[in-house]
Design a protein. Structure first.
Length: 135
């Protein structure tokens, strides 16, 4: 059980966007049949990331994106020819994987926590890789 890599397609619609993927990740866990263990969700992109944060007030997502744009604005001193270095910096600040404990076939998340796929150079067709370990 839970030995396969699971691919979750994520379609993003904006240049910068946080997409709540909690439901898809929980479904991947349910389909794996694992009841007790851990789940790793990993982003195989250099201008996207993944994080866990508040799922209740959508203004939190807005404010995270606003602050990231101030921490990593477009900058004329950048050298990278693709012109998306601001997105590469944001992706490294947020990180490309999360690990979540699993118990009784459920992700152990707080009431106010959701899993967010973070797009920083969209819109694009992306994918999230999930692996569940346990029994
Ligand atoms: Zn680039």
């Amino acid at each position: 059980m839970g030995n396969e890599l699971i691919e979750i397609p994520v379609r993003t619609n904006r240049s910068n966007e946080l997409v709540n993927v909690t439901g898809q990740v929980q479904k991947a866990l349910t389909d794996s049949g694992v009841k007790e263990g851990i789940l790793v969700a990993h982003v195989m992109h250099t201008t996207a990331a993944i994080t866990i944060n508040e799922n209740a007030d959508p203004d939190v997502v807005h404010d995270i994106l606003l602050q990231l744009s101030k921490i990593s604005p477009d900058c004329r001193e950048f050298r990278h020819g693709e012109g998306n270095s601001d997105a590469h910096v944001k992706a490294s600040l947020i990180g490309n994987s999360v690990t979540i404990p699993v118990s009784h076939s459920r992700l152990i998340l707080g009431t106010w926590q959701g899993i967010y796929f973070c797009e920083f150079d969209g819109p694009r067709s992306r994918k999230l890789i999930v692996r569940v370990m346990g029994e």
